[in-house]
Design a protein around this ligand. Structure first.
Ligand SMILES: Nc1ncnc2c1ncn2[C@@H]1O[C@H](COP(=O)(O)OP(=O)(O)OP(=O)(O)O)[C@@H](O)[C@H]1O
Length: 394
């Protein structure tokens, strides 16, 4: 490492460019509330992990790229908010490692430690470094890569389910693609590839300085065709009665979860199907950030919900009788699922559309007990034929 490498801590942008950083960063209020731990580029944790860049954030964490000075490798540090959710996630990493015999394509914790603030304790988990998540990156990729992703995610899910674990939060922000290995010995080379950190100070200043940093944006040549499922923060063992109200974003959340039904492996199959459709078309299948809006969009494409669910809606806001009306006619002029696929994939044959529609209708059965398992989809001739169309054998 050269002297220059050691002192390159990125750049504070001037006030005109602050929104270029803030629009991509976490809500700074959460630092004042003690939910996020303030971090600066160059900070060293556990005498070992030197922060070099930002990777992303979620509701319960900020995620940073760091260099493990002991092992001389780049890793990701996920710094959890204080409290139970972070501890649960750590506990689930341990459970997955014990219960799942083949953990390929699952993003699991390599190390963990605690850091303390004057008021709180935060758990930090060390994860293998990955590249962009699907939410931010899917559309940039060729369809063959996206279909490889669809297979790998399903294989990973099948392994997780074999170990009796429900992920509960499978969505495009929790699937990441690997980065091509590059020279990790020089910060200059890394910043050349990933962009130099652009940052603004966390205001008001905390008990320790902190920075909002725009996350890395990897160029296409750096991103590999290898996909990982991460974020086990909501995962549970099969059969667990869930009392918290946390759920995956409405667009990916199976409708039974807003109708009083406990999570099962089939919940992940629904979310997987939403991802599969998104990978196939390049955009999310259902719309809406609220459960009621997402359900309206499901009913539009898949028809009415089971009549027996009427009166059970717990998804926030009010339900509509029309969702459960078995005689419901499609809204005049609204697009059905086939028309939507035809519009978004005008390049494919009608035979292929039949395969995709068949897979979607099968996996998106409303009643969880009617949905196939991950293994059944992987072994089904329609799924195999579809993948063969893209030269993918597995
Ligand atoms: N190992 C990693 N390598 C690279 N980027 C990562 C890694 N882990 C997480 N990220 C990035 O950070 C983002 C947030 O991570 P994650 O979803 O695990 O946080 P979270 O707080 O649990 O989120 P949520 O609000 O969904 O619960 C991800 O969408 C991804 O872009």
């Amino acid at each position: 490492m050269t002297m220059n490498d050691m002192v390159d801590l990125g750049e504070f942008v001037d006030s005109d460019d602050e929104c270029d950083v803030e629009d991509f960063a976490e809500d700074p209020e959460r630092y004042s509330q003690g939910l996020y731990y303030p971090v600066c580029i160059g900070d060293v944790f556990s005498n070992r992990y030197r922060i070099e860049h930002k990777l992303g954030h979620g509701g319960f964490s900020t995620v940073w790229m760091a260099h493990d000075m002991l092992k001389k490798e780049d890793i990701a540090l996920k710094i959890m908010s204080p409290g139970q959710p972070g501890e649960h996630e750590y506990h689930m990493y341990k459970k997955v490692l014990l219960a799942v015999s083949d953990t390929s394509n699952l993003l699991l914790c390599k190390d963990t430690f605690l850091v303390h603030t004057p008021a709180n304790t935060h758990r930090i988990v060390v994860l293998p470094l990955q590249g962009p998540n699907l939410r931010d990156y899917t559309v940039n990729q060729p369809i063959v890569t996206r279909m490889k992703g669809a297979v790998q995610i399903l294989q990973a899910l099948s392994r997780l389910h074999d170990g009796g674990i429900v992920h509960r939060d499978l969505n495009s922000a929790n699937v990441m693609q690997s980065l091509r290995p590059f020279d990790t010995s020089s910060i200059a080379t890394k910043y050349q590839k990933l962009g130099r950190p652009r940052k603004v100070p966390v205001r008001p200043s905390q008990w320790k300085e902190g920075e909002l940093v725009r996350p890395i944006s990897a160029t296409q040549d750096l991103v590999l065709d290898t996909f990982f499922i991460g974020d086990f923060g909501l995962a549970v063992e099969v059969g667990t009665v869930v009392t918290d109200s946390f759920q995956t974003p409405a667009k990916y959340c199976a409708p039974e979860r807003s109708h009083n039904v406990d999570p099962s492996l089939a919940l992940d199959i629904w979310s997987y199907m939403c991802l599969f459709a998104e990978l196939y078309t390049g955009i999310p299948l259902f719309r809406g950030s609220a459960n009621a809006t997402a359900i309206r969009s499901m009913v539009n494409y898949l028809g009415p919900l089971p009549e027996s669910w009427k009166g059970q809606f717990t998804g926030g806001g009010s339900s509509e009788d029309a969702w459960y009306n078995q005689q419901r006619m499609p809204n005049p002029g609204s697009e059905d699922l086939r028309e939507r696929l035809e519009r978004l994939r005008p390049d494919v044959s009608s035979n292929e559309l039949d395969l995709v529609l068949g897979i979607l209708r099968w996996g998106l059965a409303y009643r969880p007990e009617e949905r196939p398992t991950a293994l059944e989809i992987l072994q089904h001739s329609s799924f195999k034929s579809l993948m063969q169309n893209y030269g993918i054998k597995f």
